[in-house]
Design a protein around this ligand. Structure first.
Ligand SMILES: [Zn+2]
Ligand SMILES: [Zn+2]
Length: 256
C-alpha cells in the first residue's frame, strides 16, 4: 500500500491511498477537489471511494466535486453525520469493516472533536482526522473530555508500528507545547529539532507512528508525572486521568 499526503487549503492533509496492485485508489478527507484531482492525475489510479473522518468543511469541501468527476462512488462517514456530510452514501458504525479499492478498511468511532468522528484503519496505517494529531489532539467541539480521552485511548492501543496520518500539519506547534509540559523529555526535544528542520525545508511531518506518539504526545501521556505536575496546581492532589486530560486540553487551547 502507498499513501501520498496531499496538502490542501492552508495546513490540511487529504490522502491518496493506493494498494500495491490494481487500478483503483481511496481518497481520505478531500478538503478541496483541485489538489486531489492533480495528485490522482499524476499517480494514475481511478478513485473508488472517499473516506470522511468528520463533517467539517475543511475535510469534506471537495467531496461533491470529486463525485461529479469520478461517477458513482462510495462516500463513507459515520451514520450520525449523515445530515451534515455532503454525499454520504455509505454510513458506518463503530467496527464496520468494508472493502474498497481492493483494501480492507476498519472504521473506529472516535467521538470528541465531533460526535461522529471516525478513524480509518487500513493495513498498518490509521487515518485520524482531527482526533489524533502528531503530538496533539483535536479541540473538543462536540464531545466531552471523557469522550476524547477514551477515543484517544482506543487509538493508542493500536500496535507501536501503526503509521499515524492526521488531518492537519500542526506538528511543530504541538511539539513546542509538549516540550513546555515535559522539558526533560529528550525524545520530544529530538523530535522538535527534527520537525523544525523538516518544516524549514517545507516537508510534511507525517506519518508518525503510534509508538512514537505514546512517547511524545502529551494527550496520550496524562498519567506521566511531569504532565500531571504541569497541571496539578489547578486540580489538587491525585487528579484522575480525565481531569488531567481536560486541563492539558484547556492549556493547549490557550497556547500560541
Ligand atoms: Zn475538524
Ligand atoms: Zn480540520
Amino acid at each position: 500500500m502507498r499513501v501520498t499526503p496531499i496538502l490542501c487549503l492552508r495546513d490540511n492533509y487529504a490522502y491518496l491511498v493506493q494498494p500495491n496492485a490494481g487500478p483503483e485508489a481511496l481518497i481520505v478527507d478531500p478538503s478541496e477537489a483541485a489538489p486531489v484531482l492533480r495528485a490522482v492525475r499524476d499517480a494514475g489510479p481511478r478513485i473508488a471511494a472517499v473516506l470522511c473522518t468528520h463533517h467539517h468543511w475543511d475535510h469534506v469541501g471537495g467531496v461533491e466535486e470529486l463525485c461529479a468527476r469520478a461517477g458513482p462512488i462510495g462516500v463513507y462517514g459515520h451514520s450520525s453525520e449523515r445530515s451534515r456530510l455532503p454525499g454520504l452514501n455509505q454510513p458506518l458504525d463503530d467496527g464496520s469493516v468494508f472493502e474498497a479499492a481492493g483494501l480492507s478498511v476498519t472504521a473506529l468511532h472516535v467521538p470528541g472533536h465531533t460526535r461522529g468522528s471516525v478513524a480509518y484503519r487500513i493495513e498498518d496505517a490509521v487515518f485520524t482526522g482531527d482526533t489524533l494529531f502528531v503530538a496533539g489532539c483535536g479541540r473538543l467541539f462536540e464531545g466531552t473530555a471523557t469522550d476524547m480521552h477514551s477515543s484517544l485511548g482506543r487509538l493508542a492501543s493500536l500496535p507501536d508500528q501503526t503509521l499515524v496520518y492526521p488531518g492537519h500539519e500542526y506538528t511543530l506547534n504541538n511539539l513546542q507545547f509538549a516540550a513546555k509540559l515535559e522539558p526533560d523529555n529528550q525524545r520530544i526535544r529530538a523530535k522538535l529539532d527534527r520537525v523544525a528542520e523538516q518544516r524549514r525545508r517545507g516537508k510534511p511531518t507525517v506519518p508518525s507512528s503510534m509508538g512514537e506518539e505514546r512517547l511524545t504526545n502529551p494527550f496520550l501521556r496524562v498519567r506521566e508525572n511531569p504532565i500531571v505536575r504541569s497541571v496539578s496546581g489547578s486540580l489538587g492532589p491525585d487528579p484522575d486521568d480525565v481531569a488531567v486530560f481536560a486541563s492539558v486540553r484547556a492549556a493547549k487551547d490557550r497556547f500560541q
